[in-house]
Design a protein around this ligand. Structure first.
Ligand SMILES: *Cc1c(COP(=O)(O)O)cnc(C)c1O
Length: 387
């Protein structure tokens, strides 16, 4: 029986939380209209801009990642607006549902789950829109449900060429994991959430808004109140919030952003990249198949197809014996895949442990030899050596 207090979260959110951040959460709350809190908002906003590589406003919402995406959509669009929705997984599907719910007219560009969206399809549709009727392109950068990263750099260049359409991007598992240069790619609306690359518990989400997005917000007529980003912008000019924010999560955010600055953006991206390579190479050595197209692997999560074994039972064994929580498959993928999160506060030790735990479990089920587990660790160590 494992020691339940030492659970290692290897799921793509909630992710592990550093001690310093946990301590910040345990402090007494302070008044959210106090000068001390305003100072905190000022510094966290400045550091959020650093993380997003942008001069745009970055707003903090008390709510999970979905609230940030919904806020971006309803704060800038109007009923009946034509939008493109990219869909190649569970989260892409969610944004289609949100767009439907708010009465937007959707042009869906999809791809089979496990494969990336084709940037050419976006170019083709946007180029044909002579009348400039398309108001926004909504898509997910790192599709957490399948472990696929979409080519946002190329897709965003096609959106830019259209000139009228806003980009509304779910960067929930790419911000703080790989390069998302918001200004360089001219991304209009970028959403993310605290329980992912930020190393904080769930509860906060973030939206970056470009000048073009603010301009669009002037004409937006979709119903909104709590998630009206204009209220957040107005309060932010005074380093404040329109409603009571999750004060302690902001303490935590402050600590986490400082840790990220100490590590540096490049080092953070390199760490995620090497962990991705170590996990995917080790999995293949253990005769496991990657669910995602190998040229488009997400930096934050690796989805693994497991044949002849129920993925849910497999996950349970790893949890009970090694205290490592893996994620399952969603929807039709339940029982067919499991996912290894390597997002946020994850170090090389976590990667070595998860590979050894998976390898040993496969040995016990007579699926691989102990030599193969040795080989898997060897190839993982090769990738981890890169600094
Ligand atoms: C986790 C996640 C979200 C946000 O989900 P919430 O449960 O609302 O925080 C959105 N998109 C992706 C790709 C995610 O991984």
């Amino acid at each position: 029986m494992a020691i339940q207090q030492k659970l290692s979260l290897m799921i793509p959110g909630p992710t592990p939380v550093p001690e310093k951040v946990l301590e910040a959460l345990g402090r007494h709350p302070i008044g959210h209209r106090s000068k001390d809190f305003q100072d905190l908002v000022e510094i966290t906003t400045k550091n959020l801009k650093w993380l997003h590589q942008t001069e745009n406003d970055v707003l903090t919402i008390t709510g999970s990642g979905t609230s940030a995406m919904e806020a971006g959509i309803i704060s800038t669009l109007s009923k009946g607006d034509k939008v493109i929705c990219g869909e190649n997984g569970k989260f892409g599907q969610r944004w289609v549902k949100v767009a439907e719910e708010f009465g937007l007219e959707i042009i869906k560009i999809d791809a089979e789950w496990g494969t990336p969206l084709d940037p050419e399809s976006f170019r083709a549709v946007l180029e044909k829109d002579y009348k400039k009727e398309i108001k926004a392109v909504i898509l997910t950068h790192s599709e957490t449900s399948t472990g696929v990263i979409n080519d946002l750099k190329t897709i965003s260049s096609h959106i830019r060429n259209h000139k009228k359409a806003l980009s509304i991007i779910d960067c929930v598992t790419s911000i703080g994991a790989c390069n998302v240069p918001v200004d360089e790619w001219e991304l209009d609306i970028v959403a993310s959430g605290s329980q992912k690359g930020y190393m904080i518990p769930p509860g906060l989400s973030f939206v970056s808004m470009s000048k073009k997005a603010w301009k669009a917000s002037e004409d937006s007529n979709l119903p909104k109140f709590y998630l009206n980003l204009k209220s957040y912008k107005k309060s932010l000019s005074n380093n404040s919030n329109p409603y009571t924010p999750a004060v302690n999560l902001v303490f935590a955010l402050d600590e986490a952003l400082k840790m990220m600055q100490d590590e540096g953006l490049d080092s953070i991206f390199k760490r995620h990249e090497k962990h991705k390579l170590a996990v995917s190479a080790a999995a293949k050595t253990l005769n496991l198949k990657l669910f995602a197209d190998e040229k488009h692997l997400s930096p934050s999560v690796t989805a693994i197809k497991i044949e002849d074994i129920d993925a849910e039972k497999f996950r349970k064994t790893i949890k009970n014996k090694y205290d490592i929580l893996l994620a399952g498959g969603q929807d039709h993928l339940k029982g067919k895949i499991f996912r290894i999160g390597h997002l946020g506060y994850v170090n090389d030790r976590d990667i070595i442990s998860v590979i050894a735990a998976i390898g040993n479990t496969l040995v016990e089920q007579d699926k691989v030899s102990t030599e193969q587990v040795g080989e898997a660790l060897k190839i993982a160590l090769f990738h981890l050596k890169v600094s």
